[in-house]
Design a protein around this ligand. Structure first.
Ligand code: PBG
Length: 329
């Protein structure tokens, strides 16, 4: 008898396809990145991220209420810092009345059960656009870790549920965890950007926060001495395992689509939740192609979201979170 197996049987119609579908997306999968600016009633579209906005605190409040009503229950906060508050020490990053600290309180007041995660890195606060203190053309590691630790404590004091160090300095997870334990923030978690690659896909994000490395003599023009080389695979596992040993509750791979091999490698090896960040450049590419009529926006964002989850993501940080939730509900 020929053929014995007809694999198409399980694809005959939408009902059977949904019955045997291996990967399911729900609003619980998403972490929503949000960009915050000073001012009132400010909603600025980011040029290289169409339909994505910087919001002032009053509009942030409205946004998180809308997210909550859609079943989106966690946010990742980033702030755009005015130039006059930037320096080479991250002074503004630990201001208890700084924009990030206010944003944390705003979200918690508007939506107490919303999980608030905060970006911990120096770049939005740095006159040089680097994630660390710069001296003699070098990005200092240990001095930067001290700042990141202070910054994390400041976010915890303001009410953050998780801090998310995105800087790739060595040893920062242990330093932050110890400080949290010492200061009684036992339940404040750490989502570590563990395998964060030096990627050209962060361009639009740096437009959003005005945080790109500056073009000055004796200042590194890229982040390759701290973010990972995209040619490397095993190093990602080493970074991730170290972060877990140092106390990370959640680990992350970033960017998303180009790094799904890394996502699967890590998923197969570690047992803490794994987040994947579908970054700004991935968003921009889809928007641009869709604007030209070259790709079907909704079909492509669904396909990419499923691909990220199928590869092993437990949490997906995505600028498409709201779009995807509308499409699946
Ligand atoms: C900063 C930071 C970056 C992103 C998240 N945190 C940019 C960078 O490292 O230069 C990128 C996010 C995105 O592109 O969507 N530490």
């Amino acid at each position: 008898m020929y053929p014995i197996n007809r694999n198409r049987r399980l694809r005959t119609n939408a009902s059977i396809r949904s019955l045997v579908r291996e990967t399911i997306i729900t609003p619980n999968d998403f972490l929503v990145p949000l960009f915050v600016v000073e001012g009132k009633s400010v909603k600025e579209e980011i040029a290289s991220m169409p339909n994505y906005f910087r919001l002032s605190l009053d509009l942030l409040e409205k946004e998180v209420k809308e997210l909550w009503s859609m079943g989106l229950k966690s946010v990742l906060l980033f702030v755009k810092v005015p130039d006059q508050l930037k320096d080479n020490k991250g002074t503004e990053a630990i201001n208890p009345n700084g924009l990030m600290q206010k944003a944390i309180k705003t979200v918690k007041d508007a939506c107490p059960e919303m999980i608030v995660m905060t970006d911990v890195a120096m770049d939005p606060y740095s006159i040089y656009g680097h994630d660390g203190i710069v001296e003699n053309g070098l990005i200092l590691n240990d001095e930067t870790v001290d700042l990141l630790t202070e910054m994390s404590l400041s976010h915890a004091e303001a009410g953050a549920d998780f801090v998310a160090p995105s800087d790739m300095m060595d040893g920062r997870i242990l330093s932050i965890r110890e400080a949290f334990e010492d200061e009684g923030f036992f339940n404040t978690g750490i989502m570590a950007y563990s395998a964060k690659y030096a990627s050209a896909f962060y361009g639009p994000f740096r437009d959003a926060l005005d945080s790109a490395p500056v073009d000055l003599k004796n200042i590194p023009k890229d982040k390759k001495t701290y973010q990972m080389d995209y040619a490397n695979r095993f190093e990602a596992l080493r970074e991730t395992e170290l972060d877990i040993e140092e106390g990370a509750d959640i680990v992350m791979v970033k960017p998303g689509l180009c790094y799904l091999d890394i996502v699967r490698d890590i998923k197969n090896e570690v047992d803490v939740p794994l987040a994947v960040y579908q970054v700004s450049g991935e968003y921009a590419m889809i928007k641009a192609a869709a604007e030209k009529g070259w790709l079907d926006h909704d079909a492509v964002i669904l396909e990419q979201t499923y691909a990220i989850k199928r590869a092993g993501a437990d949490i997906i940080a995505s600028y498409f979170a709201k779009d995807v939730v509308k499409l699946i509900s």
